[in-house]
Design a protein around this ligand. Structure first.
Ligand code: SF4
Length: 741
């Protein structure tokens, strides 16, 4: 009988990153509790112990469908025929095939996809940089990179990112502006701090076309027309300037381009913008004044903004609004943290080793420059902070839609191999019909996952990856922030004869060593890697854990007074010289989206409803958890929210299955009556597949049934100009009842 072990691990199932205490016996999970020794133990709502996903962790970990050993395809792609193979043999074969592809087409013919930061993707980018490929694509193009890169261009470092954000308990924040986010479903830590703030009397303004738990908390809710946030934020800047409400001292001394900004926002009077946004001029003025007169304030934006075709301009406007009010790097305002003292995730990526001629080949970077190498090479973060901000894998991305087209057309050059890590492109990438054809067209497709997903079903190799419970954890502020936190490995990743999971690090190192990169992979396991990363603060991983396993340096404000801002002008760039150099408009401006009743009125006659998607919903996390019975039973079906008046007009009952159709295809979901939307707007859930259906083609676990990304366009012509994100918040659709017999 083995000993009971108790470890403090980091739950990585969502961005709250709770530290938990894991009890095990004989290597088997016994129970999980929240970690009372961790300073952020009270920071999430519901508390960690009440988290539904955490409660289901045993069921998920020991689920009979979880991948146990590496698989190699033996039938046709998608036929569902596999043979078990050992890890070393799988890596030998994959490495050999990658070497051949590189020899024939160049290193850039090998690409990789990443997800939402569930694992150590910095090692995959390290592998790619050493291999010579600039082509890592991922969800970050539509999540996080727009905010971080716009922040970098404006301030020279990223403002504290929403992943790390909670409103400081003792801070003097008096107003919070939330643009397109419902943290109750997406960020339990922000949600908890928002509720606490509300109790303290902090004013909350929410911009969102949908009524949510967050809009219910708000003093002021601006129920906006989807996709018009940029126009609204520009009108709010207009009010702040016209009514002389901005922080003149800060603007004069620390901002660049105020006059040009003032001239630009004259084009955005509230009276004109009211018509565009479906708001009233009075409400726009009220919001602007509330945010300006109740300083210091914090503005938080989410997917609602990042998913818009005009979203990067909107983020720029949001940041400018906070800046001219003097809310940057002050107590109660928006914090500029700077880097961790340890070796960061960004440094582990070895970005500088990628030769310039390979960087220049990054797919889509000639057009979508801000979230790619051309933008990154202009950021001056290192000059002021001594390090680069953000992970390459989250902010220096190749353009996914361009990559899938390159796989299909060999233009601008062939892409023949793809490694998918912590992502599931058949669910998470827009325009799934193209993604599917591209994945089938690859010479080599390798998927690292916990499950056979619809993407894995068309792979050549599927590798069972260790989960957060089976690997130690270290984060140096994800290379955006200055804190460092650790967690222990709680369970063995290998149970002989039962399962053999390898960490993503072991996978990347295994490939690297086989491809001549030995000298760059000296650490045999993650603990050795973490010893190396912690070296600058003179401590080992074990000792750091023994001391608590966290370091949260106290906030230090107004650092610009000593070091300036890390931008080319050394100031907050209201008028961005970096955007100008990249050939973009240096100031924000609003444009109608590619498809809506205003820009395409003829199309709107046939497809009269405005479709938005991407809103988070518990207990799912993107395309995950559908096979975990206790969670699925709480949310068994894909739902589309439709206003009852609209539904009645279409003779659709609450709970009826309906078709949602765009010019790109149709899928079906269950109608959920919801009167918190304008009657012409519908909101459909994302990430739906059905692991209970067969995996082999044509089923692919029902990936074509209710997958909203079948309906979303990803044509480079409709992607965000600066960053290449695909528009998830502005499509036109029709809705009709599924015929039942
Ligand atoms: S899934 Fe639950 S326990 Fe895990 S990080 Fe998120 S809120 Fe915390």
């Amino acid at each position: 009988m083995g000993e009971e072990e108790v470890k403090r691990a980091f739950c990585e199932m969502c961005h709250s990153r709770c530290r938990v205490v894991v009890h095990s016996k004989d290597g088997r999970l016994a129970k999980i509790e929240e970690d009372p020794s961790y300073p952020l133990v009270d920071a999430v709502f519901p508390p960690t112990r009440a988290c539904l996903r955490l409660k289901a962790v045993k069921e998920e970990f020991y689920h009979p469908d979880r991948l146990k050993f590496p698989l190699k395809r033996i039938g046709e792609k998608g036929e569902g025929k596999w043979e078990q193979i050992s890890w070393p043999k799988a890596l030998d074969e994959i490495a050999e095939r990658l070497k051949n592809i590189k020899g024939k087409y160049g290193a850039e013919a090998v690409a990789a996809t990443g997800g939402t930061g569930h694992t150590h993707e910095q090692f995959l980018t390290r592998f790619l940089n050493l291999f010579g490929s600039p082509n890592f694509v991922g969800a970050s193009t539509i999540c996080s990179a727009p905010f971080v890169t716009t922040s970098l261009a404006t301030f020279g470092w990223s403002l504290r990112h929403r992943i790390q954000l909670s409103l400081e308990k003792k801070a003097s924040t008096r107003c919070v502006l939330i643009v397109g986010q419902n943290p109750q479903e997406s960020y339990p830590r922000i949600w908890k701090s928002l509720r606490d703030a509300k109790e303290k009397g902090v004013k909350i303004i929410v911009i969102d076309p949908r009524e949510t738990q967050t809009t219910e908390l708000a003093e002021l809710w601006l129920q906006i027309r989807p996709g018009t946030d940029t126009a609204l934020l520009m009108a709010m800047i207009n009010v702040v300037i016209q009514e002389d409400l901005y922080d003149k001292k800060f603007v004069e001394k620390w901002c660049y381009g105020f006059d040009k900004l003032a001239e630009r926002v004259r084009e955005y009077p509230p009276e004109r913008i009211a018509k565009i946004t479906w708001l009233t001029a009075e409400k726009i003025k009220e919001a602007a004044k509330m945010f300006a007169l109740n300083g210091p304030g914090v503005s938080i934006s989410g997917m609602g903004l990042e998913h818009q075709q005009n979203g990067l301009e909107g983020i720029q406007a949001e940041l400018i609004l906070a800046a001219i009010l003097g809310y940057i790097d002050v107590d109660g305002g928006m914090y500029l943290p700077g880097p961790s003292k340890c070796i960061t995730e960004r440094e582990m990526e070895l970005s500088d080793i990628l030769p310039p001629e390979q960087k220049n080949k990054q797919l889509g970077a000639d057009r979508f420059k801000l979230i790619a190498w051309p933008g990154n090479d202009l950021f001056e973060d290192k000059r002021v902070w001594g390090k680069k901000c953000g992970r390459q894998r989250t902010i220096v991305l190749a353009h996914a839609p361009t990559m899938y087209r390159a796989i299909l057309t060999d233009k601008p050059y062939p892409v023949k191999a793809l490694i998918t890590q912590a992502s599931n492109p058949m669910l998470t990438q827009a325009n799934v019909k193209i993604v599917y054809k591209a994945l089938k067209n690859l010479e080599l497709y390798v998927v690292c996952d916990y499950w056979l997903t619809p993407s894995a079903e068309i792979a050549d190799y599927v590798l069972p990856i260790a989960s957060w419970l089976e690997r130690p954890y270290l984060s140096t502020g994800l290379a955006y922030d200055n804190w460092t936190v650790c967690g222990e490995q709680a369970l063995p990743a290998i149970m002989p004869g039962e399962y053999e999971h390898w960490t993503d690090y072991e996978f990347c190192r295994g490939l690297g060593v086989r491809l001549g990169q030995e000298e760059y992979w000296p650490w045999k396991n993650l603990e050795e890697v973490y010893d190396y990363q912690l070296k600058p603060i003179g401590i080992t991983f074990k000792d750091f854990m023994a001391k608590g396993g966290y370091d949260f340096p106290p906030n230090e404000y107004r650092k610009h007074e000593k070091i300036g801002f890390g931008t080319p002008t050394g100031k907050v760039e209201l008028y961005s010289t970096i955007l100008e150099k990249l050939g973009y408009d240096p100031l924000p401006s609003y444009e109608e989206s590619f498809e809506n009743p205003v820009s395409t009125p003829d199309l709107a006659k046939e497809y009269p409803f405005m479709l938005i998607t991407g809103g988070r919903f518990m207990p799912m996390y993107h395309s995950e958890k559908r096979q975990v019975d206790s969670l699925r039973s709480k949310h068994p079906h894909p739902l589309v929210q439709i206003h009852p008046e609209t539904a009645a007009r279409l003779e659709i009952g609450d709970g009826d299955w309906v078709w949602i159709e765009t010019t790109r295809g149709r899928i079906r979901m269950k109608c959920k009556y919801f009167d918190g939307l304008d009657p012409i707007v519908v909101h459909a859930e994302h990430g739906w597949w059905f692991p209970e259906l067969p995996g082999e083609e044509p089923w692919l676990f029902g990936v074509w049934e209710s997958n909203i990304n079948v309906l979303i366009d990803d044509d480079p012509d409709v992607c965000t100009k600066r960053g290449g994100g695909w528009p998830l918040k502005t499509a036109l659709c029709k809705i009709y009842k599924v015929k039942q017999y």
